[in-house]
Design a protein around this ligand. Structure first.
Ligand code: NAD
Length: 255
């Protein structure tokens, strides 16, 4: 028996990286999955590999209309909606704050925070109609502490953490749980884009001794999406290999 048998999931930003890994795993655990993304070719290819249990819909998470169409076609295709993973995200520039343009700052806010708001607001009616479910909002450790060169990213990911709690308070009465996930570094195109392949001293120094993988994050998202996390809502789940536990530079050298 699969851990998501009978569930229908919608994953934004599912055309690659963490979202694509979650889509594959959710289907392996018995779910039907719609992936929504701005990347057509990559999205179609991930969905094709999911067979009859998967579908791709073009979704720009900053568009209210696109969200309405995506949720409607998810319900049309698979008969309901139980799980929403607000995973789509962008760095929105990786520059010092004083050199960050308003456009770069707002791009992070619009995709990461406004996209999550619109996703929750649009999906909640369909989820209520399906008897409830689980919303997983992908934030970051940048939603827990500051990240240099990431003013818009940090602001947006703190916002995702906050709005998650508001939604959890409001949606509990509909049997919808809402939690945020806060990955540290994960080896995807996003980290590659800032020139870190995970082999840096930074990742070697954290307690886990390595950068995270998409499978690490998928394991947690799967737990939160499934009924196994029935008593978890309104909280944040940090998954960072121990990065946040403190400053390893204070450790004496090993004997
Ligand atoms: P990624 O860049 O591979 O994936 C992001 C996906 O979001 C892409 O498929 C992209 O096309 C999609 N996307 C971007 N803008 C969109 C839009 N307007 N509408 C719809 N889709 C859009 O990176 P990833 O690491 O898989 O990122 C997934 C999530 O994890 C993001 O929210 C990211 O902020 C978060 N995160 C990543 C890391 C990391 O180190 N990689 C760490 C913490 C949090």
């Amino acid at each position: 028996m699969g851990r998501l048998d009978g569930k229908v999931a919608l994953i934004s930003g599912g055309a690659r990286g963490q979202g694509a890994a979650e889509a594959r795993r959710f289907v392996a655990e018995g779910a039907k999955v719609v992936i929504g993304d701005v990347l057509d070719a990559e999205g179609e290819s991930v969905a094709a590999a999911l067979g009859d249990d998967g579908a791709f819909v073009k979704l720009d998470v900053t568009s209210e209309e696109a969200w309405q169409e995506t949720v409607a076609s998810t319900v049309d295709a698979f008969g309901g909606l139980h799980i929403l993973v607000n995973n789509a995200g962008v760095l929105g520039g990786f520059t010092p704050l004083v050199r960050t343009s308003l456009d770069e700052f707002m791009r992070a806010i619009n995709v990461n925070l406004v996209g999550t708001f619109l996703g929750m607001r649009t999906a909640v009616q369909a989820m209520r109609g399906s008897g409830g479910g689980s919303i997983v909002n992908i934030s970051s450790t940048a939603g827990m502490w500051g990240v240099p060169f990431g003013a818009g990213y940090t602001a947006s990911k703190f916002g995702v953490r906050g709005i998650t709690k508001t939604a959890a308070l409001e949606f509990g009465r509909y049997s919808i749980r809402v939690n945020s996930v806060h990955p540290g570094g994960v080896a995807t195109e996003m980290t590659a884009a800032v020139g870190d392949d995970g082999n840096s001293d930074y990742y070697r120094a954290i307690p886990a001794g390595r950068i995270g993988t998409v499978d690490d994050i998928t394991n947690l998202v799967l737990f939160l999406a499934s009924d196994e996390s029935a008593y978890c809502t309104g909280t944040e789940f940090v998954i960072d290999g121990g990065m946040q536990a403190g400053d390893v530079r204070l450790l004496p050298p090993p004997k």
